[in-house]
Design a protein around this ligand. Sequence first.
Ligand SMILES: [Zn+2]
Length: 297
Amino acid sequence: MSSNFWKRAIITILILFVLAGIGLLAYIISKKSEPVILPPVKVTNVGLRSVIGLSVQGREIEAYTYGSGPKQFVFVGGIHGGYEWNSVLLAYKLKDYLLTNPSLVPANLTVTVIPDANPDGVYLVTGKTGPFTVADVKENLPSGTGRFNADKVDLNRNFDCDWQATSTWKGNIVSAGTAAFSEPEAKAIRDFVLKNKPAVMVFLHSQSNAVYASQCGKGILPETRNIMNLYAKAAGYPAVDVFDSYAVTGAVEDWLSSINIPAITVELKTHETIEWDKNLAGIKALLDYGGKEEVSI
Ligand SMILES: [Zn+2]
């Protein structure tokens, strides 16, 4: 074969290489300039922390929020402070559980957990501000230690339903503050409620082993009765319309009833247990119920 043939062959191969290179380059550039379309990101909250107020001694009252639906369900622990420290542990457990199981919150709900509504009272018993463990709980304290806030007021007598300056707790006369909402911890709950207008509120206490409804002189709201029965049945606690062991004035749940917000009280069986499986079942039942679009709460 002639040398011309080889020259042409080599030149042709080189041209093919160059063309292939240009083609490849064009392909890469065209790929890079294609607009990247990401799937839409759902704006939601997973344990978003906020501070709703400060205690008498300046401790933060924290709230943790999950989901971004229009109906807000709120769980509150520890309004009776260190005396009912297990209610605070239960609320912290719920806060952590929702962090790893955010799908528990239906799309149309927002869930907020306020683990400790009386942090000064909890500090008296645990020596901790914020999360604590059972090992932190001091032993052999006088009965009732940590129930009140640092003004010695029973916070669950400081709300605006039949408020009186003194009230009762078992056989004791307790201070209910100088006026409804005189205490910063009660103000914090009030302001949170008036700003957020929750659909449902659940207050965790111990140790009467029951779920109670609420009312403020006008009977139990129908939705209060619904959620009381739902929670009680799922959790396996008795449902009780009215707490009648002794007269209570100025309770937060009753104030909520007066402004048409369904509210229930969950009383754990003892002062030490959190009865997690039972309460998780109750909480799931409530969230399932609230997740149904046809439910108007
Ligand atoms: Zn209590």
